[in-house]
Design a protein around this ligand. Structure first.
Ligand code: ZN
Length: 160
């Protein structure tokens, strides 16, 4: 997802296609979410006075495991009407390399924000009674669910 600024001087650039999970570096960030399919994108890049405006849609299918019952399911992550402003001047501006700007890190960042924090096959999922997960919940007696534990694990990761 590279934009050549020289091409952009003449007209807007359309970027359409697929980017692999490996290129986005989002393959194995979470033990309950796997990314096996490429990200589909359809973006239009426009040059503004002080930067670039990127608008369009992003679509990615995530292979999730329910944190309560461990059932695999597919999560459709779609950002329709996604927009991103990349300043070319001032603080925190984007620095082009050989007149090119790579959009990948900005797309990656916003895609990651949309990952489910603790994926559930169904919002009402109660887990599997009688499994080790169910038993450990009962014996702990603290009322913590698997989802809560997963959320804490996420918070711990963030602190690092
Ligand atoms: Zn479930």
């Amino acid at each position: 997802m590279v934009v050549n600024l020289r091409h952009l001087e003449a007209r807007n650039i359309r970027l359409e296609g697929k980017v692999s999970a490996a290129e986005l570096d989002i393959e194995s960030l979470d033990e309950v979410i796997q990314v096996t399919q490429p990200l589909e994108h359809d973006l239009e890049v426009q040059q503004l006075e002080d930067g670039l405006l990127v608008q369009g849609s992003l679509l990615l299918y995530l292979e999730c495991h329910c944190v309560r019952c461990l059932k695999p399911f597919q999560h459709r992550l779609e950002l329709d009407g996604w927009a991103c402003h990349l300043p070319l001047e001032g603080e925190d501006c984007v620095v082009p390399v050989n007149d090119c700007v790579d959009l990948t890190p900005y797309v990656r960042e916003d895609i990651l924000l949309e990952f489910p924090r603790h994926p559930l096959c169904d919002p009402e999922c109660r887990g599997l009674p009688g499994t080790s997960i169910g038993k450990s919940q009962k014996s702990s007696g603290s009322g913590q669910t698997g989802a809560d534990l997963s959320a804490w694990a996420e918070l711990n990761k963030l602190k690092l």
